[in-house]
Design a protein around this ligand. Structure first.
Ligand SMILES: [Fe+2]
Length: 273
């Protein structure tokens, strides 16, 4: 059976100033370590990489232009995989800057990916300016409906930054997609949609809901604790998610994490961000 590999890499929170740490983490170092591990230890050769958003940690003390170099560094580093890369944006991104930068990189394929074997990869934009939670605009929902009309009998995987379903972590459940009911109404009624993958929550979750899998992926930067009522860091290692999509609509998935290294963990005395 024909299989296609997607690597979901998310929540890198790369700082404009490489000399600084964020929550005690050198986010550039962790991001590079995850990519190196996937390529050289796990020896994964993906057919497509989907970046899940929060690629940068936008800080008002830096000019937006300072982040041009950070986005360029992301695109540059991903060239080693020799496959197309596409991207959804999160609450810490500056999409206009990222799109401007990525347009100059042939490996960066912005937008949906229509022909990955028997699969159609649909990116749903949840970025909501000046909000931590997500929102799928009316125009984005219309676009989704148009895409679904065009797809034919292909299987569909949807990627988005913010999660649609609660993951039993109160503080993160409050900052999921604000209009998740409207979005779920589109998704749950379509048999071709097999899985919905999000970042944002910095942890691995998987839930079967109306015959569709809703997955979230660990961050490359730092992890949040599962089932936490309020902000809480976890001592899980940085990672990403591999998805193996079969032509018949079935799939397998595996979280790939770095081997334990206390030097990559965050500062647990920090009580919020
Ligand atoms: Fe994040």
């Amino acid at each position: 059976m024909d299989r296609r590999l997607i690597l979901h890499v998310t929540d890198c929170h790369l700082l404009a100033n490489r000399g600084e740490n964020f929550l005690g983490v050198d986010t550039h170092k962790n991001f590079a370590a995850v990519l190196h591990y996937v390529k050289n230890v796990e020896k994964v050769a993906p057919d497509l990489i989907v970046l899940g958003g929060d690629l940068i940690q936008h800080d008002a003390k830096h000019n937006e232009e300072d982040y041009l170099a950070v986005y360029a560094d992301v695109a540059e580093r991903l060239k080693v995989f020799d496959c197309p890369v596409t991207c959804t944006f999160g609450n810490h991104d500056i999409p206009d800057i990222a799109n401007k930068v990525f347009a100059d990189f042939p490996n960066m394929s912005l937008g949906d990916f229509n022909a990955l074997g028997n699969w159609n990869i649909v990116l749903l934009n949840t970025h909501w300016e000046n909000h931590v939670n997500g929102f799928v605009s009316d125009s984005e929902l219309h676009r989704l409906r148009r895409v679904l009309r065009k797809v034919g009998e292909q299987n569909i995987a949807i990627f988005m930054h913010h999660q649609l379903l609660p993951i039993q972590a109160d503080w993160l459940d409050k900052i999921r997609v604000d209009n998740s009911v409207a979005v779920l109404a589109q998704i749950l009624t379509d048999d071709r949609i097999k899985l919905v993958v999000a970042g944002h929550v910095h942890q691995d979750t998987a839930k079967l809901h109306y015959d569709k899998w809703f997955l979230t992926t660990p961050a490359t930067a730092f992890q949040f604790a599962s089932n936490a009522v309020e902000f809480k860091l976890a001592n899980d290692m940085p990672g990403c998610r591999l998805m193996i999509l079969n032509d018949d609509g079935s799939f397998e998935t595996k979280v790939l994490r770095l081997p334990f290294d206390p030097g990559m963990l965050p500062d647990f005395s920090v009580k919020g961000y």
